[in-house]
Write a protein that binds this ligand. Structure first.
Ligand code: CP
Ligand code: NVA
Length: 307
């Protein structure tokens, strides 16, 4: 079957797609989600296979890609560094050449962005970033879809990021460029260094309460991301004042939403009162990973379809 895109399109960074393409993806997500909720079979990817490579742990990403691929009529294969030759030093270029001759699309969760970039350069088929140290584009795809479901367009709104300048934060910064919303970022002293150089416009606040002021959405993430566990004790001290709690939520807009990509640590980056409270949309956010990624798989494999 001919490929819909002349050369494979990859999804490695949030800015890989234009705003127009995101509008298309969100419309497709709504359509795919509606059908799924009505138990209507939709199998556009029959006989297609997704390879999922995990070099770090996952619950949501594995589940949403694996279930999503099955629900679209295709198959998903799980590979980890623990049980494949990748863990024994096979060059990533060789792995890319082999895997992309046997599968139709690949999702990778790894450490350095450089690894996934090298894989993509040697792949015959589309490659999706399922999280790197630098970015987590599928997460923000789901988050913006979730915001739109609740509040409409995110353009011109204000998003407050409280905490670490990590992969999720830097993906938000790219999304702000694409969609034209304001980012308020507050990190502990020294941790602003992780903010992507050359990222679009954002305002940095030393005081997290000031960052949250007037925000339509408040969001955060763990203080210690995967791969940084050795810094855990130091980070717990440094981030103690960067908790999303009821006081911080009160400085945001009354109708502000709270998001967290999960997994969360109640009592660290967020209180139970906030994450389990009425402003939190974290369960919708997690569920929407499934729906947006099904639209993403369909787009990368079939191009634009009518439905
Ligand atoms: N949010 C997210 O990507 O979760 P997992 O690490 O469980 O995949
Ligand atoms: N920033 C976190 C996100 C987990 C989904 C990490 O990289 O561990």
């Amino acid at each position: 079957m001919p490929a819909p895109h002349a050369t494979p399109r990859h999804y490695l960074r949030f800015r890989d797609f234009s705003r127009k393409e995101y509008e298309y993806l969100f419309a497709r997500t709504r359509w795919i989600k509606d059908r799924y909720k009505r138990y209507q079979r939709y199998w556009p990817l029959e006989d297609r296979t997704l390879a999922m490579i995990f070099e770090k742990e996952s619950t949501r990403t594995r589940l949403s890609f694996e279930a999503g691929m099955h629900q679209l009529g295709g198959a998903a294969i799980f590979l980890s560094t623990r049980d494949s030759q990748l863990g024994r030093g096979e060059p990533v270029e060789d792995a890319a050449r082999v895997i992309s001759r046997m599968c139709d699309i690949v999702m990778i969760r790894t450490f350095e962005q450089e690894t996934i970039d090298r894989f993509a350069r040697n792949s015959r088929v589309p490659v999706i970033n399922g999280l790197t140290n630098e970015y987590h584009p599928c997460q923000i795809l789901a988050d913006i879809y979730t915001f739109r479901e609740r509040r409409g367009s995110i353009a011109g709104k204000t998003v407050a990021w409280i905490g670490d300048s990590n992969n999720v934060c830097n993906t938000w910064l790219q999304a702000a460029e694409v969609f034209g919303f304001n980012m308020h970022v507050s990190t502990p002293p020294g941790y602003e260094k992780g903010l992507e150089k050359g990222a679009g416009k954002y305002r940095h606040f030393a005081d997290p309460l000031k960052a949250a002021r007037g925000a339509h959405l408040v969001t955060t993430d763990v203080w210690t991301s995967m791969g940084f566990e050795a810094e855990n004790r130091r980070r717990k001290k440094a981030f103690a004042g960067w908790q999303v709690n009821a006081q911080l939520m009160r400085t945001a807009r009354k109708d502000a939403l709270f998001m967290h990509c999960l997994p969360a640590h109640r009592g660290e980056e967020v209180t139970a009162e906030v994450i389990d409270g009425p402003q939190s949309v974290v369960w919708d956010e997690a569920e929407n990973r499934l729906h947006v990624q099904k639209a993403l798989l369909e787009f990368l494999l079939l191009g634009k379809v009518k439905g």
